[in-house]
Design a protein around this ligand. Structure first.
Ligand code: ADP
Ligand code: MG
Length: 384
Protein backbone atom coordinates (compact mmCIF):
# COMPACT_ATOMS: atom_id res chain seq x y z
CA UNK A 1 0.00 0.00 0.00
CA UNK A 2 1.16 3.47 -0.93
CA UNK A 3 -0.69 5.82 1.42
CA UNK A 4 -1.24 9.30 0.01
CA UNK A 5 -2.65 10.60 3.24
CA UNK A 6 -2.46 9.22 6.76
CA UNK A 7 -3.73 10.19 10.16
CA UNK A 8 -1.73 8.46 12.86
CA UNK A 9 -3.35 8.37 16.31
CA UNK A 10 -4.63 11.87 15.78
CA UNK A 11 -6.44 13.67 18.55
CA UNK A 12 -7.96 17.09 18.44
CA UNK A 13 -9.42 19.23 21.19
CA UNK A 14 -11.10 22.49 20.19
CA UNK A 15 -10.10 25.58 22.22
CA UNK A 16 -13.36 25.30 24.19
CA UNK A 17 -12.21 21.91 25.48
CA UNK A 18 -14.36 19.75 23.22
CA UNK A 19 -12.61 16.52 22.16
CA UNK A 20 -13.60 16.31 18.49
CA UNK A 21 -11.12 13.55 17.54
CA UNK A 22 -10.29 11.05 20.25
CA UNK A 23 -7.77 8.90 18.44
CA UNK A 24 -8.11 8.51 14.75
CA UNK A 25 -5.86 6.45 12.50
CA UNK A 26 -6.66 6.15 8.81
CA UNK A 27 -4.71 5.40 5.67
CA UNK A 28 -5.86 6.69 2.32
CA UNK A 29 -4.25 4.80 -0.50
CA UNK A 30 -2.99 6.82 -3.48
CA UNK A 31 -5.62 6.78 -6.22
CA UNK A 32 -8.43 5.69 -3.89
CA UNK A 33 -11.95 7.04 -3.49
CA UNK A 34 -12.61 7.16 0.23
CA UNK A 35 -15.76 8.17 2.09
CA UNK A 36 -15.71 9.21 5.74
CA UNK A 37 -19.18 8.28 6.91
CA UNK A 38 -20.75 9.21 10.20
CA UNK A 39 -23.53 11.16 11.86
CA UNK A 40 -23.33 14.86 12.68
CA UNK A 41 -20.64 15.54 15.22
CA UNK A 42 -18.63 12.41 14.36
CA UNK A 43 -15.54 14.49 13.65
CA UNK A 44 -15.49 14.22 9.85
CA UNK A 45 -15.10 17.93 9.14
CA UNK A 46 -12.46 18.27 11.83
CA UNK A 47 -10.46 15.46 10.23
CA UNK A 48 -10.75 17.02 6.76
CA UNK A 49 -9.58 20.40 8.07
CA UNK A 50 -6.60 18.55 9.48
CA UNK A 51 -5.92 16.93 6.12
CA UNK A 52 -4.81 20.18 4.55
CA UNK A 53 -3.21 21.66 7.61
CA UNK A 54 -5.95 24.12 8.61
CA UNK A 55 -6.04 22.43 12.01
CA UNK A 56 -3.07 20.90 13.76
CA UNK A 57 -3.47 17.70 15.79
CA UNK A 58 -3.34 18.10 19.55
CA UNK A 59 -1.55 14.73 19.55
CA UNK A 60 -0.53 12.24 16.86
CA UNK A 61 0.45 13.23 13.34
CA UNK A 62 -0.73 13.66 9.77
CA UNK A 63 1.40 12.39 6.88
CA UNK A 64 1.42 13.12 3.18
CA UNK A 65 3.00 10.38 1.08
CA UNK A 66 4.77 9.15 4.20
CA UNK A 67 6.12 12.58 5.23
CA UNK A 68 4.86 13.98 8.54
CA UNK A 69 3.14 17.36 8.12
CA UNK A 70 5.15 20.35 9.26
CA UNK A 71 3.44 23.53 10.26
CA UNK A 72 5.84 26.30 9.28
CA UNK A 73 4.49 28.69 6.64
CA UNK A 74 6.33 27.16 3.70
CA UNK A 75 5.38 23.60 4.52
CA UNK A 76 1.75 24.59 5.03
CA UNK A 77 1.66 26.31 1.67
CA UNK A 78 3.00 23.17 0.06
CA UNK A 79 0.48 20.97 1.88
CA UNK A 80 -2.40 23.22 0.83
CA UNK A 81 -1.29 23.05 -2.78
CA UNK A 82 -1.00 19.26 -2.73
CA UNK A 83 -4.14 18.59 -0.69
CA UNK A 84 -7.06 20.63 -2.00
CA UNK A 85 -9.94 21.16 0.42
CA UNK A 86 -13.47 21.93 -0.75
CA UNK A 87 -15.58 23.19 2.15
CA UNK A 88 -19.13 22.08 2.82
CA UNK A 89 -20.44 25.60 2.52
CA UNK A 90 -19.42 27.09 -0.83
CA UNK A 91 -20.31 30.59 0.35
CA UNK A 92 -17.53 30.28 2.92
CA UNK A 93 -15.06 29.36 0.18
CA UNK A 94 -15.96 31.88 -2.55
CA UNK A 95 -15.11 35.50 -1.92
CA UNK A 96 -13.88 37.21 -5.09
CA UNK A 97 -16.16 39.44 -7.18
CA UNK A 98 -15.88 37.21 -10.27
CA UNK A 99 -15.52 33.49 -10.94
CA UNK A 100 -12.24 34.15 -12.74
CA UNK A 101 -10.70 36.00 -9.79
CA UNK A 102 -11.88 33.37 -7.38
CA UNK A 103 -10.30 30.50 -9.30
CA UNK A 104 -7.15 32.54 -9.99
CA UNK A 105 -6.57 33.20 -6.29
CA UNK A 106 -4.69 29.95 -5.60
CA UNK A 107 -2.41 30.04 -8.64
CA UNK A 108 -1.62 33.73 -8.00
CA UNK A 109 -0.78 32.88 -4.43
CA UNK A 110 1.57 30.18 -5.64
CA UNK A 111 3.40 32.91 -7.53
CA UNK A 112 2.60 31.66 -11.03
CA UNK A 113 3.22 34.02 -13.94
CA UNK A 114 0.26 35.74 -15.61
CA UNK A 115 0.00 33.41 -18.61
CA UNK A 116 0.25 30.32 -16.40
CA UNK A 117 -2.46 31.67 -14.12
CA UNK A 118 -4.77 32.21 -17.09
CA UNK A 119 -4.09 28.70 -18.34
CA UNK A 120 -4.67 27.16 -14.90
CA UNK A 121 -7.98 29.01 -14.54
CA UNK A 122 -9.18 28.15 -18.05
CA UNK A 123 -8.33 24.47 -17.60
CA UNK A 124 -9.93 24.28 -14.16
CA UNK A 125 -13.15 25.94 -15.35
CA UNK A 126 -13.31 23.62 -18.36
CA UNK A 127 -12.80 20.61 -16.08
CA UNK A 128 -15.86 21.51 -14.02
CA UNK A 129 -17.97 22.47 -17.04
CA UNK A 130 -17.98 26.23 -16.32
CA UNK A 131 -16.34 27.61 -19.43
CA UNK A 132 -17.82 31.04 -20.13
CA UNK A 133 -18.56 31.79 -16.47
CA UNK A 134 -15.36 33.83 -15.98
CA UNK A 135 -16.95 37.22 -15.35
CA UNK A 136 -20.01 36.06 -13.43
CA UNK A 137 -20.24 36.97 -9.72
CA UNK A 138 -20.04 33.71 -7.71
CA UNK A 139 -22.72 34.76 -5.21
CA UNK A 140 -25.32 34.89 -8.00
CA UNK A 141 -24.75 31.29 -9.14
CA UNK A 142 -26.83 28.23 -8.28
CA UNK A 143 -25.74 25.91 -5.46
CA UNK A 144 -24.32 23.38 -7.92
CA UNK A 145 -22.45 26.05 -9.87
CA UNK A 146 -20.99 27.49 -6.66
CA UNK A 147 -19.68 24.03 -5.72
CA UNK A 148 -18.20 23.75 -9.19
CA UNK A 149 -16.40 27.10 -8.81
CA UNK A 150 -15.05 26.02 -5.41
CA UNK A 151 -13.80 22.78 -6.98
CA UNK A 152 -12.23 24.69 -9.88
CA UNK A 153 -10.42 26.93 -7.38
CA UNK A 154 -8.86 23.85 -5.85
CA UNK A 155 -8.14 22.13 -9.18
CA UNK A 156 -6.30 25.20 -10.45
CA UNK A 157 -3.53 24.21 -8.04
CA UNK A 158 -3.36 20.65 -9.41
CA UNK A 159 -3.67 18.90 -6.06
CA UNK A 160 -2.69 15.26 -5.71
CA UNK A 161 -5.35 14.71 -3.08
CA UNK A 162 -8.78 16.30 -3.07
CA UNK A 163 -10.69 16.36 0.22
CA UNK A 164 -14.30 17.38 0.00
CA UNK A 165 -16.57 18.02 2.98
CA UNK A 166 -20.16 16.88 2.33
CA UNK A 167 -19.91 17.27 -1.46
CA UNK A 168 -23.62 16.80 -2.09
CA UNK A 169 -25.14 18.67 0.83
CA UNK A 170 -27.49 21.45 -0.28
CA UNK A 171 -27.53 20.15 -3.88
CA UNK A 172 -30.53 18.82 -5.75
CA UNK A 173 -30.17 15.14 -6.77
CA UNK A 174 -29.11 15.87 -10.36
CA UNK A 175 -26.38 18.34 -9.32
CA UNK A 176 -25.28 15.96 -6.59
CA UNK A 177 -24.79 13.18 -9.14
CA UNK A 178 -22.94 15.55 -11.41
CA UNK A 179 -20.53 16.51 -8.64
CA UNK A 180 -19.90 12.85 -7.81
CA UNK A 181 -19.25 12.06 -11.46
CA UNK A 182 -16.85 14.95 -11.68
CA UNK A 183 -15.01 13.42 -8.72
CA UNK A 184 -14.93 10.10 -10.60
CA UNK A 185 -13.48 11.86 -13.61
CA UNK A 186 -10.75 13.48 -11.50
CA UNK A 187 -10.07 10.16 -9.84
CA UNK A 188 -9.80 8.47 -13.25
CA UNK A 189 -7.04 10.93 -14.10
CA UNK A 190 -5.14 10.09 -10.93
CA UNK A 191 -6.40 12.32 -8.11
CA UNK A 192 -6.90 10.66 -4.73
CA UNK A 193 -10.29 11.64 -3.33
CA UNK A 194 -11.64 11.77 0.21
CA UNK A 195 -15.19 12.90 0.89
CA UNK A 196 -17.17 13.15 4.11
CA UNK A 197 -20.86 12.39 4.16
CA UNK A 198 -23.70 11.14 6.29
CA UNK A 199 -25.38 9.84 3.13
CA UNK A 200 -24.93 6.07 3.27
CA UNK A 201 -26.27 5.58 -0.27
CA UNK A 202 -23.66 7.90 -1.66
CA UNK A 203 -20.85 6.33 0.33
CA UNK A 204 -21.91 2.79 -0.51
CA UNK A 205 -22.37 3.34 -4.23
CA UNK A 206 -19.43 5.61 -4.88
CA UNK A 207 -16.51 4.89 -2.55
CA UNK A 208 -14.06 2.04 -2.86
CA UNK A 209 -13.21 2.42 0.80
CA UNK A 210 -15.37 3.54 3.69
CA UNK A 211 -14.29 4.88 7.07
CA UNK A 212 -17.14 4.70 9.57
CA UNK A 213 -16.80 7.36 12.28
CA UNK A 214 -18.69 8.32 15.40
CA UNK A 215 -17.89 10.33 18.51
CA UNK A 216 -14.41 11.31 17.30
CA UNK A 217 -13.40 7.70 16.66
CA UNK A 218 -13.13 5.32 13.73
CA UNK A 219 -15.54 2.44 14.29
CA UNK A 220 -14.51 0.48 11.23
CA UNK A 221 -12.81 0.94 7.87
CA UNK A 222 -12.75 -1.27 4.83
CA UNK A 223 -14.57 -2.10 1.60
CA UNK A 224 -18.08 -0.59 1.51
CA UNK A 225 -19.82 -3.97 1.64
CA UNK A 226 -17.61 -5.10 4.54
CA UNK A 227 -18.44 -1.98 6.54
CA UNK A 228 -22.15 -1.80 5.74
CA UNK A 229 -22.82 -5.50 6.24
CA UNK A 230 -21.87 -4.92 9.84
CA UNK A 231 -25.41 -3.83 10.71
CA UNK A 232 -24.74 -3.39 14.42
CA UNK A 233 -21.89 -0.98 13.83
CA UNK A 234 -23.89 0.98 11.29
CA UNK A 235 -26.77 1.32 13.72
CA UNK A 236 -24.35 2.19 16.54
CA UNK A 237 -23.25 5.08 14.34
CA UNK A 238 -26.90 6.18 14.08
CA UNK A 239 -26.95 5.45 10.35
CA UNK A 240 -29.02 3.00 8.33
CA UNK A 241 -28.15 0.36 5.77
CA UNK A 242 -28.06 1.21 2.07
CA UNK A 243 -31.40 0.32 0.48
CA UNK A 244 -29.93 -2.22 -1.96
CA UNK A 245 -28.40 -4.16 0.92
CA UNK A 246 -31.64 -4.13 2.85
CA UNK A 247 -33.61 -5.29 -0.19
CA UNK A 248 -31.06 -7.96 -0.98
CA UNK A 249 -31.28 -9.34 2.55
CA UNK A 250 -35.09 -9.44 2.39
CA UNK A 251 -35.14 -11.05 -1.07
CA UNK A 252 -32.58 -13.61 0.05
CA UNK A 253 -34.63 -14.51 3.12
CA UNK A 254 -37.61 -15.10 0.84
CA UNK A 255 -35.57 -17.25 -1.53
CA UNK A 256 -36.08 -14.78 -4.38
CA UNK A 257 -32.38 -14.30 -5.02
CA UNK A 258 -29.56 -16.67 -4.42
CA UNK A 259 -27.47 -15.50 -1.51
CA UNK A 260 -24.11 -14.44 -2.78
CA UNK A 261 -21.98 -11.36 -2.94
CA UNK A 262 -23.90 -8.37 -1.60
CA UNK A 263 -25.00 -6.09 -4.46
CA UNK A 264 -23.16 -2.79 -4.80
CA UNK A 265 -25.91 -1.17 -6.84
CA UNK A 266 -29.38 -1.54 -8.35
CA UNK A 267 -27.63 -3.11 -11.35
CA UNK A 268 -26.12 -5.87 -9.25
CA UNK A 269 -29.40 -6.50 -7.47
CA UNK A 270 -31.30 -6.73 -10.76
CA UNK A 271 -28.71 -9.13 -12.06
CA UNK A 272 -29.12 -11.29 -8.97
CA UNK A 273 -32.88 -11.34 -9.67
CA UNK A 274 -32.44 -11.93 -13.42
CA UNK A 275 -30.06 -14.81 -12.87
CA UNK A 276 -32.94 -16.88 -11.52
CA UNK A 277 -34.46 -16.96 -15.02
CA UNK A 278 -32.83 -17.80 -18.36
CA UNK A 279 -31.29 -14.82 -20.14
CA UNK A 280 -31.80 -13.79 -23.74
CA UNK A 281 -29.00 -12.17 -25.72
CA UNK A 282 -27.33 -9.11 -24.24
CA UNK A 283 -27.14 -5.68 -25.76
CA UNK A 284 -23.94 -3.92 -26.75
CA UNK A 285 -22.41 -0.73 -25.37
CA UNK A 286 -21.02 1.50 -28.12
CA UNK A 287 -18.30 3.61 -26.54
CA UNK A 288 -17.29 6.79 -28.34
CA UNK A 289 -14.42 9.11 -27.39
CA UNK A 290 -16.01 12.57 -27.22
CA UNK A 291 -12.68 14.14 -28.08
CA UNK A 292 -12.35 12.17 -31.32
CA UNK A 293 -15.77 11.90 -32.90
CA UNK A 294 -16.86 14.29 -35.65
CA UNK A 295 -20.29 15.76 -36.24
CA UNK A 296 -21.00 13.70 -39.37
CA UNK A 297 -19.77 10.45 -37.84
CA UNK A 298 -21.97 10.97 -34.84
CA UNK A 299 -25.07 11.68 -36.92
CA UNK A 300 -24.32 8.62 -39.06
CA UNK A 301 -24.01 6.46 -35.99
CA UNK A 302 -27.32 7.67 -34.56
CA UNK A 303 -29.06 7.26 -37.91
CA UNK A 304 -27.77 3.69 -38.08
CA UNK A 305 -29.12 2.81 -34.62
CA UNK A 306 -32.59 4.25 -34.27
CA UNK A 307 -33.90 4.20 -30.72
CA UNK A 308 -30.48 3.51 -29.18
CA UNK A 309 -30.11 4.71 -25.57
CA UNK A 310 -27.69 7.62 -25.42
CA UNK A 311 -25.61 8.65 -22.43
CA UNK A 312 -22.68 11.00 -21.77
CA UNK A 313 -19.94 10.75 -19.18
CA UNK A 314 -17.62 13.52 -18.22
CA UNK A 315 -17.72 17.24 -18.82
CA UNK A 316 -16.28 17.17 -22.36
CA UNK A 317 -18.84 14.53 -23.41
CA UNK A 318 -21.73 16.48 -21.93
CA UNK A 319 -20.53 19.63 -23.68
CA UNK A 320 -20.41 17.71 -26.99
CA UNK A 321 -23.94 16.38 -26.49
CA UNK A 322 -25.05 19.93 -25.80
CA UNK A 323 -23.41 21.29 -28.97
CA UNK A 324 -24.91 18.50 -31.06
CA UNK A 325 -28.35 19.02 -29.53
CA UNK A 326 -28.52 15.37 -28.44
CA UNK A 327 -31.20 14.36 -25.98
CA UNK A 328 -29.37 12.39 -23.31
CA UNK A 329 -31.28 9.56 -21.76
CA UNK A 330 -28.49 8.95 -19.24
CA UNK A 331 -26.43 11.80 -17.82
CA UNK A 332 -25.57 10.15 -14.53
CA UNK A 333 -24.96 6.60 -13.36
CA UNK A 334 -24.36 5.99 -17.06
CA UNK A 335 -22.43 2.71 -16.97
CA UNK A 336 -24.90 0.96 -14.68
CA UNK A 337 -27.84 2.16 -16.73
CA UNK A 338 -26.26 0.93 -19.97
CA UNK A 339 -25.58 -2.44 -18.37
CA UNK A 340 -29.18 -2.64 -17.15
CA UNK A 341 -30.28 -2.05 -20.78
CA UNK A 342 -27.73 -4.60 -22.01
CA UNK A 343 -29.29 -7.18 -19.68
CA UNK A 344 -32.60 -6.45 -21.42
CA UNK A 345 -30.93 -7.05 -24.79
CA UNK A 346 -30.86 -3.35 -25.72
CA UNK A 347 -27.92 -1.33 -27.09
CA UNK A 348 -26.63 1.96 -25.82
CA UNK A 349 -24.25 4.63 -27.02
CA UNK A 350 -21.95 6.34 -24.52
CA UNK A 351 -20.15 9.56 -25.36
CA UNK A 352 -17.21 9.61 -23.05
CA UNK A 353 -14.53 12.15 -22.12
CA UNK A 354 -11.11 10.73 -22.94
CA UNK A 355 -9.88 10.27 -19.34
CA UNK A 356 -13.00 8.23 -18.54
CA UNK A 357 -12.64 5.65 -21.35
CA UNK A 358 -10.47 3.25 -19.39
CA UNK A 359 -12.74 3.72 -16.37
CA UNK A 360 -15.79 2.57 -18.40
CA UNK A 361 -13.98 -0.52 -19.64
CA UNK A 362 -12.79 -1.32 -16.11
CA UNK A 363 -16.28 -0.98 -14.69
CA UNK A 364 -17.76 -3.25 -17.35
CA UNK A 365 -14.94 -5.77 -16.87
CA UNK A 366 -15.60 -5.74 -13.11
CA UNK A 367 -19.29 -6.41 -13.78
CA UNK A 368 -18.38 -9.28 -16.10
CA UNK A 369 -15.98 -10.76 -13.59
CA UNK A 370 -18.60 -10.52 -10.89
CA UNK A 371 -21.47 -11.98 -12.88
CA UNK A 372 -19.80 -14.24 -15.42
CA UNK A 373 -21.78 -12.44 -18.15
CA UNK A 374 -20.21 -11.01 -21.28
CA UNK A 375 -21.30 -7.53 -22.33
CA UNK A 376 -19.71 -6.24 -25.51
CA UNK A 377 -18.19 -2.75 -25.32
CA UNK A 378 -17.20 -1.55 -28.77
CA UNK A 379 -15.80 1.59 -30.30
CA UNK A 380 -17.88 1.75 -33.49
CA UNK A 381 -15.12 3.68 -35.27
CA UNK A 382 -12.44 1.08 -34.70
CA UNK A 383 -12.13 -2.30 -36.32
CA UNK A 384 -12.46 -4.99 -33.64
P1 ADP B 1 -18.96 16.23 11.60
O1 ADP B 1 -18.32 16.94 10.46
O2 ADP B 1 -18.75 14.76 11.58
O3 ADP B 1 -20.41 16.59 11.76
P2 ADP B 1 -17.31 17.97 13.22
O4 ADP B 1 -15.91 17.64 12.90
O5 ADP B 1 -17.88 19.20 12.60
O6 ADP B 1 -18.23 16.71 12.96
O7 ADP B 1 -17.48 18.16 14.78
C1 ADP B 1 -16.98 17.21 15.70
C2 ADP B 1 -17.31 17.72 17.10
O8 ADP B 1 -16.56 18.89 17.36
C3 ADP B 1 -18.77 18.10 17.29
O9 ADP B 1 -19.18 17.66 18.55
C4 ADP B 1 -18.77 19.60 17.18
O10 ADP B 1 -19.79 20.15 17.94
C5 ADP B 1 -17.40 19.96 17.70
N1 ADP B 1 -16.89 21.19 17.07
C6 ADP B 1 -16.81 21.44 15.75
N2 ADP B 1 -16.28 22.65 15.49
C7 ADP B 1 -16.02 23.19 16.71
C8 ADP B 1 -15.47 24.44 17.13
N3 ADP B 1 -15.05 25.35 16.25
N4 ADP B 1 -15.37 24.64 18.47
C9 ADP B 1 -15.77 23.71 19.35
N5 ADP B 1 -16.29 22.52 19.02
C10 ADP B 1 -16.42 22.26 17.71
MG1 MG C 1 -19.19 18.14 9.05
Amino acid sequence: MNPALEAVRVRYTYPNGHDALREVSIEVEAGAKVALVGPNGAGKSTLLLMANGLLRPTAGEMRLFGEPFRYDRRSLREIRRRVGLVLQNSDAQLFAPTVYQDVAFGPLNLGLAGADVRLAVTDALAAVGLRGFESRPPHLLSGGEKKAVAIAGVLAMHPEVLVFDEPTSALDPASALEVMELLDELNASGTTIVVSTHDVELAYGWADRVVLMDGGRVLHQGRPDEVFLNGDLVRAAKLRLPVVLELHAELTTRGLVRSGEPPRSVLHLIHALDSTRPADGHGTVLLVDAGQVGHVELLGLLAGHPGIHVGAMGTAAKALADREGLRLEFASGVIDRCLLKALLGEDSLVLCSSPMLAHVRDRVAAFEARTGLAVAVRNPFEAD
